[in-house]
Design a protein around this ligand. Structure first.
Ligand code: NAD
Length: 321
């Protein structure tokens, strides 16, 4: 059984401010926003901020290639930190978030007052980076996202966020620039990470389980499109059968924009966090083993390629397609 955290917390919706400060269109109204990490997710989120009327200053270790039109790309985190009051991160993991936080802290006369971390880093890293920044009076809002690159483009991405009331309210306009779907889920950094890890454990499990079920159906002579149609009208439906399989597996596109290594990282973070709270992890362990094998066998592959990986390992008819 889980050892429950002894604190209580209020889960509540933050009443959204009107968009008078950060509304879409027109002149930049909200002061400059920094954005570090312009990968599959960050490049779209930074573009959303530009589209929402923010003046955006970007940086990525790989250079300006994916900086959105209308943003100013600069050559280092220090230069971003000298220009902006709010800094948004979209980085691979907690090690990268901590590294960037340390670079922010090292800038003499830096202007950053709040960091909004949209990366999936796990509760422990979120608490640690928040503590590091708090020492210099910088607020941290833990704000992981769910809904994929397509959801980010459509502004339907869920931004789940946690932090103290003052910091959350100070960055509300920036959160509104990222997506139209936002929920404050707790008062302390790390709480949104816990929810994000629970979500990705479910997402990883249903995608792996759906891969096994579809591979089984194909081996039994069924057609994948027929299977998905019927599953989506039946009790086996999920985001895997309703979205990922039709859009990326059935079409052979395999281009959801989320690397298997990141999903492997997320399930590992989930299992570590469950372990810290002494909770059950039977299904989690099985899910973790599949994603670990897949990430090791095909490093960097799109996560929807788990289907051919699973199908192939069952000796299936569509392996590697
Ligand atoms: P990605 O690997 O495509 O991009 C990460 C970017 O960060 C890269 O461009 C890299 O060059 C940059 N970077 C790394 N370390 C840096 C540093 N120290 N300084 C500056 N730049 C640095 O990853 P992604 O798919 O965009 O995901 C980003 C985060 O969002 C991850 O934590 C991921 O788990 C999470 N996430 C992604 C998705 C998705 O669909 N892609 C969905 C939900 C959450």
């Amino acid at each position: 059984m889980f050892r429950r955290a002894s604190f209580s917390f209020a889960v509540g919706r933050v009443v959204e401010r009107t968009r008078e400060i950060n509304g879409r269109g027109g002149e930049p109204r909200a002061g400059s926003v920094g954005f570090v990490g312009l990968g599959n997710m960050g490049s779209v989120l930074a573009g959303n901020l530009v589209g929402a009327g923010h003046a955006v200053v970007t940086h990525d270790a790989l250079g300006p290639g994916r900086s959105p039109e209308g943003a100013l790309h600069v050559s280092g985190v220090a230069e971003v930190a000298r220009r902006v009051g709010v800094l948004v991160l979209s980085l691979p993991d907690g090690t990268a978030s901590e590294q960037v936080a340390r670079e922010v802290l090292a800038v003499p006369g830096g202007r950053v007052r709040y960091v909004v971390d949209t990366s999936t880093v796990g509760p422990a890293a979120a608490r640690s980076v928040a503590g590091l920044l708090a020492g210099s009076g910088i607020g941290y809002v833990d704000a992981p996202v769910s809904g994929g690159v397509a959801g980010a483009r459509a502004r339907t991405l869920t931004v789940m966020y946690a932090g103290d009331g003052e910091a959350c309210s100070a960055v509300e306009g920036v959160l509104a620039g990222l997506s139209d779907r936002r929920r404050r889920v707790g008062e302390r950094p790390g709480m949104a990470q816990a929810l994000k890890l629970a979500n990705n454990f479910l997402s990883a499990t249903t995608l792996a389980a759906t891969s096994e079920a579809v591979a089984f159906g194909l081996a039994a002579g069924l057609d994948m499109a027929t299977m998905l149609d019927v599953l989506n009208e039946s009790s086996g439906r999920s985001a895997a059968t309703g979205d990922k399989f039709p859009a990326h597996v059935l079409t052979g596109r395999y281009a959801a924009g989320f690397a298997n290594s990141l999903m492997d990282k997320d399930v590992r973070l989930y299992l570590r966090a469950v372990g810290e709270l002494g909770g059950p992890a039977g299904i989690g362990a099985a899910t973790g083993a599949v994603w670990e094998r897949f990430a090791r066998a095909e490093p960097g592959a799109d996560f929807t390629r788990i289907f051919p990986f699973v199908d192939g390992s069952m000796g299936g008819s569509m392996g590697g397609s």
